[in-house]
Design a protein around this ligand. Sequence first.
Ligand SMILES: NC(=O)c1ccc[n+]([C@@H]2O[C@H](COP(=O)([O-])OP(=O)(O)OC[C@H]3O[C@@H](n4cnc5c(N)ncnc54)[C@H](O)[C@@H]3O)[C@@H](O)[C@H]2O)c1
Length: 433
Amino acid sequence: MGGSSELIFRGHESQPINDDYSPKPNKRWLSFTLNPINYLLREQRLLFTLLGVFIATAFFTLLPSHNTNLNQYDTVPIPYFTQHDSVFPTNHQSNRHVAEVHSFGKVPLGIKRKGLRIVVTGGAGFVGSHLVDRLIARGDSVIVVDNFFTGRKENVMHHFGNPRFELIRHDVVEPLLLEVDQIYHLACPASPVHYKFNPVKTIISNVVGTLNMLGLAKRVGARFLLTSTSEVYGDPLQHPQKETYWGNVNPIGVRSCYDEGKRTAETLTMDYHRGAGVEVRIARIFNTYGPRMCLDDGRVVSNFVAQALRKEPMTVYGDGKQTRSFQYVSDLVEGLMRLMEGEHVGPFNLGNPGEFTMLELAKVVQETIDPDASIEYRPNTEDDPHKRKPDISRAKELLGWEPKVDLRKGLPLMVSDFRQRIFGDHKEGSTVA
Ligand SMILES: NC(=O)c1ccc[n+]([C@@H]2O[C@H](COP(=O)([O-])OP(=O)(O)OC[C@H]3O[C@@H](n4cnc5c(N)ncnc54)[C@H](O)[C@@H]3O)[C@@H](O)[C@H]2O)c1
């Protein structure tokens, strides 16, 4: 019982008051207000104060003046849009942003400023590999990202060993983080044979792949260029097609995975531009031909050339009176680069306005390869557009661009590449457009 009595509350009993005890702080504050110098000199306070000043000075002096780009877009005002600008903004603010993105911080005296770091998705493909050649020749560092679905290492292997060239096997439907200044986004199966092979994968590549690359552009403050297509006009009710035309596209047809995929990619691109201030460019590419095209991808120029070289009849679908315009690949690459470096978002038609029926094209192929090449007619494919011809006045006016190589000049260059690849006396990748 004696032990438990210790737990009884005794708070009501008066406590002895110890006048000698007083808590520490009062005294110190008092001494600081009375004699600050004494206060500083005691307990090595001065030493610690000086040490703090020294560390802060060293930190701010040695900190590099450039930032890592990661949050650069946050500091950039979002370009405004007027009614016209929604198609064609002249974004001077954005240019300032690019100047910031392209500045490499303090470049020590005597060290030459480096070229740009550029990603080309789909860079092992037909158009991409020619673009890579031009960028490397200009002095830039290029990273090709490609899953080799339709592209080939042979198209870029002449750059292997160049320290300014890198090749990454990667599917753009998966995210990727790279520190770059510009992104040319080409990765997408581009010919009917390939995109109809796996339509779901095609639309996913267009939507998720474009989303991933826009996300990368936003994160690192890079400028982003989308290679869209004249297919966004569908079977056009306007002729020739201007960029302001909204198209006549079947949303549920066999070609929709490509056409609607690219339309969605354009929408995403503009929404990232308006919503997140990402610097974007949109090219609408019309039929392009040249060396390194896939031999049997179902596109009409490669089909006719490969068939004529193999002494097979050239396949014409329908009555052969449907028209297309054919652009040589070096003209397209020039247009893409001008668009990327220029001030305008677009979209821009990039194509050759020279219009040919399928039968006229077959005639040019006969003249170039074999006058005896025959024609075989087959029923037309579903949703094949009847007419296609770009109006390129905007590209002429705002990019100072127009195609230079006509079909009769460009076709022989492609034929010699195809001849070498089909008959085997060829050094892969060596073809120059
Ligand atoms: N050539 C034309 O006439 C034409 C016309 C209009 C638009 N375009 C567009 O231009 C771009 C290039 O076309 P191209 O003619 O060079 O075609 P291509 O098939 O030769 O090149 C496409 C490249 O993208 C790669 N690729 C495809 N899906 C990918 C993915 N998910 N991840 C990574 N890489 C992938 C392929 O392996 C290939 O190297 C395409 O976006 C196409 O839609 C081309």
